[in-house]
Design a protein around this ligand. Sequence first.
Ligand code: PEP
Ligand code: MN
Length: 233
Amino acid sequence: IRIAIAVSKRGAQMLRGGADKPRTSPYSFQGLGEEGLVMLAKAREKTGRPFGTEVVDTETGAVVAQYTDMLQNGTRNRQNFALLKEVGKIGKPVLMKRGMSATLNETLMSAEYLMVNGCRNVVVCERGVRTFSSHARNTLDISIIPAWKQVCHLPIIVDPSHSSGRHYSVIPHALAGLGAGTDGIIVDVHDRPEEALCDGPQALHPEEFSKLMEISKGICNSMGKTIGTDKTV
Ligand code: PEP
Ligand code: MN
């Protein structure tokens, strides 16, 4: 809630937090489940900002949907068509992350699974793809943005936190995304990243988030775009 207020004051338009976490290792922190959803709802109440969170399986979709404004479909579930169908049927907006090895067409077809099942508002997210490189968590594929815009009207946003995995690369990745024409940025922020239970190394400090917002506004203005609204807590 503290971090939600910090980013909201600095111009974040929406919040995202993970109540259920899809972790590579079963020994890693798995999230707080419904307790986490209650916290996210409180963060919304305090800031007036809507939030999104991930649905990790078909069993929990209905509970998550009771709380959240937007449902997230994670990269590891891009090919889980049963889940895409269930999430689509809920009818709430969906943030669908590109699979870590998915082509543009496969990404498009996953979005179609959501839409034919009833979801009318899909936002796609480029979060880096799997390559041979080891200097970053993933390889940010900004080349998908202009290509996506040739074939699809759905908004596409960039996740520079999961693409870089390293806090010093987050702002450069975000700016590359803006330059390529992204419709938005989803970024991890933490005021005590060393205490984060997940993804601390890729979190921006709130002051760095302010810097990102400031530079982004300049870039967007020069491209004739505006960032969200002026609403703040
Ligand atoms: C996340 O957004 O926290 C997440 C797990 O992302 P991805 O599915 O892109 O790995
Ligand atoms: Mn994460």
